[in-house]
Write a protein that binds this ligand. Sequence first.
Ligand code: HEC
Length: 253
Amino acid sequence: MKRKTFAAALTALLFATGAAAASEAPKLPAQSWPFAGVFGTFDRPALQRGFQVYKQVCSSCHGASLLAYRNLTEIGLTTQQVGDIAAEHEVQDGPNDAGEMFMRKAVAADRFVPPFPNEQAARAANNGAYPPDLSLMTKARIGGPDYIFALMTGYKEEPPAGFTLMEGMYYNEYFPGHQIAMAPPLAEGGVDYADGTTATVEQMAKDVVTFLSWAAEPEMEVRKRMGVKVMIFLGVLTALLFALKRKVWADVH
Ligand code: HEC
């Protein structure tokens, strides 16, 4: 009898924690990304739109310090455009002949200049929360691109009944714990796309995730192409060796 109650309690506990875990991390809606899969490639116009979203929206809080401005030629920007974008920023250089550090305009070879000089400044400007560097973000979170897309589109104006939101926090369906210090970064028409695409929240989220996925692995296309070539080579080699084996053993069989 006692055993039965224990078993029932255990089952109840398992179900309860299961339900709690499920409400804690809702299932991420799977998106179809053109860059996924063995033959996946990055859509160039989407990359450029995504960079525009990063530059005009995210970069005021988030750095992407592993990228250099010249990397942007890989997504189809001209060297002139890259030079102009770099020149909008200043970096410290030096020392000069007098032994002093000085500021100069950034050039194509410089890394993306972060929005804040250090973590403390970033926190001070963001209500104590730290906007993390986005260079490797699609690799750093479970669910990667799907998670960031869900995060961008998962804000709710009102938290569900019974949920208390702390001061300065926003309710997000997909952020662990549902309280995030980042205000919804995307709003309808938030950017004016250079290519005339309508800037819906979904569109901007898709584009910026495409850009961030490229940023996290710019060599992905080369890697996949190499993989396909290797598989073709191995296939041909297997066929040749099989033919050779048949020839060598022809007299014996
Ligand atoms: C006004 C400043 C601000 C802007 C603009 C902004 N963010 Fe954030 N972001 C933050 C802060 C602050 C956090 C940390 C939130 C926290 O820890 O609660 C954050 C966190 C994040 C995270 C990490 C979430 C996690 O799982 O830890 C991602 C991803 C992110 N932002 C992406 C973006 C993207 C993409 C954009 C542009 C479309 C953007 N952010 C624009 C301030 C900003």
